[in-house]
Design a protein around this ligand. Structure first.
Ligand code: ADQ
Length: 466
């Protein structure tokens, strides 16, 4: 059986509980078969200047049946590759925010340099029949760099974030290079069918790709397999966590503390793609339009700190502080505050209890590859008295989770109406919607995601290298 080599920007200790969708998923894929997990250590090489990092070795450490291999980055590489190109160009553009992108040419050079560095450091660890699985927007050119070093292995790529429509992609000055780089893979997986369609249209429009079938694109003398592989969660693990001590304690405490209230919950990284200010506008509209919600509906918004070195995130933080303050100032009572805003992480083991104690979850991103919080909320519910999911139609999860209450997060009144409907939905309707949602996330869980992607990669017909 081929060995699996996973490459992602960051790695994590596979023995510890993983936080974040990518880490959970990668852990899952590696635990089944063992293999190598390669990525940035999260540390900066002590001696700044790219030379130090380029000559430093890879740190290789066996952890159970997984070999963790990490490298350090120089400060300059961190600033141009990670903060710059990945998070100040690709992240905003792929989330349709051209207005926030900073197309500094130094960033593109740093991105290319680090992808070359990853390829050089990974090369000595590879065996001829390894299956290589590269994750996310940080590493789009990695396969092309590996091919340039003579690597002929099967290489798959999975994009965790959305694929934007062709004309948005075309705004990236280096987009043709990115596109050519993607054709160095054998298989490119996306979160949703809409993403696959965007990519196919983009390749047709900008690279005159032929499309012999919906799953195959031909350009640059290569055939690239494409497909939608919506990422899932480990449902059984989540249900188990909901019934473990910390989950139950959290649930009991929340139910007691908010016994007279109806709890609404948001759990996100503090990111402009997650639609947090728009969510607060909709909540304020709910309080204004439906007086019965006052002194009752309480929104707990947990927003974990994220990418605080990137400028746009500072502005969002200030906006959230001021909006929450204004809503509490306008509607709060001595014994009730409408918004509890917490700019922190919640321990993963406690999350299921929090989800289960909430009547409604607000998952209302402006754009999101998938959104795993939506699936975690469903998994954590009591099937006999489930809470209701209010879901943005612009999350990748909306393609699957049709029985949620779907909203357009830009439509403040429409979202407020949907929240009110969720708060007042009769038990039978909640139960039947939840049943359908739970069975879907169970069927298409993280195990399904890993095995279908890897099966497709294993069986892909390879053709000429670039
Ligand atoms: P993210 O943008 O990080 O992931 P998401 O899918 O919601 O978004 O995953 C976040 C994970 O972190 C969830 O497991 C959640 O429980 C956890 N989390 C978030 N905020 C937290 C908090 N305050 N405290 C504790 N835990 C918190 C990217 C893409 C998504 C895609 C995933 C996986 O942007 O669209 O679904 O990768 O592919």
């Amino acid at each position: 059986m081929s060995r699996l080599v996973v490459v992602s920007n960051r790695t994590a200790d596979p023995r510890k509980p993983a936080a974040g969708g990518l880490a959970v998923a990668v852990k899952e894929s590696l635990q089944q078969t063992g293999g190598v997990w390669f990525g940035w250590s999260g540390r900066l090489a002590e001696d700044a200047g790219s030379e130090a990092a380029h000559t430093a070795g890879t740190h290789v450490q066996p952890v159970g049946n997984v070999t963790l291999a990490t490298l350090d980055l120089s400060r300059e590489d961190y600033e141009t590759y990670y903060l710059g190109y990945a998070n100040d160009v690709l992240w905003p553009v792929f989330h349709y925010r051209l207005d926030l992108a900073n197309f500094d040419t130094r960033f593109a050079a740093g991105y290319r340099r680090v992808n070359q560095l990853f390829a050089q450091k990974l090369l000595p660890l590879l065996k001829p029949d390894d299956l290589i699985w590269v994750h996310d927007y940080h590493l789009i050119p990695l396969a092309a760099e590996l091919r340039a070093l003579g690597v002929g292995n099967r290489i798959g790529f999975f994009l965790h974030i959305p694929m934007p429509p062709p004309l948005i992609m075309a705004a990236i000055p280096e987009h043709e290079w990115l596109m050519r780089s993607l054709f160095a893979y054998d298989l490119a997986g996306f979160q949703s069918q809409a993403d696959v369609t965007h990519f196919s249209h983009y390749a047709e429009a900008e690279a005159h790709a032929e499309v012999p079938s919906p799953e195959r694109l031909r350009a640059f003398n290569r055939t690239l397999r494409v497909g939608a592989y919506p990422i899932g969660i480990d449902v059984d693990e989540f249900v188990r966590l909901a019934h473990a001590k910390e989950g139950l304690d959290m649930f009991g405490w929340m139910r007691e503390e908010y016994a007279r209230r109806q709890l609404l919950l948001g759990v996100d990284r503090l990111d402009y793609s997650k639609g947090l200010p728009q969510r607060l506008y909709a909540f304020r509209e709910l309080l204004a339009r439906y007086p019965e919600t006052r002194n009752s509906a309480t929104l707990i918004q947990i927003a974990s700190p994220s990418r605080e070195d990137v400028g746009a995130y500072d502005e969002l933080r200030r906006q959230m502080d001021s909006l929450c303050g204004a809503i509490n100032g306008d509607y709060g009572e001595l014994d009730w505050m409408p918004v509890r805003y917490i700019h922190r992480n919640v321990a993963r083991r406690r999350l299921p209890g929090l989800y289960r104690a909430s009547r409604v979850a607000l998952v209302t991103p402006l754009r999101d590859g998938m959104n795993l919080v939506a699936k975690e909320f469903i998994a954590a519910q009591d099937p006999a008295d489930p809470g209701m999911l209010v879901l943005s139609r612009f999350a990748g999860a909306a393609e699957q989770l049709k029985e949620a209450l779907m909203v357009n997060p830009y439509d403040t009144q429409g979202t407020a109406q949907a929240i009110q409907r969720a708060l007042t939905m009769p038990l039978e309707e909640r139960i039947s919607r939840h049943e359908a949602l739970l069975s879907r996330i169970r069927k298409l869980d993280v195990h399904w995601w890993c095995s279908t992607f890897l099966q497709a990669l294993k069986h892909v017909e390879q053709d000429m290298p670039l």
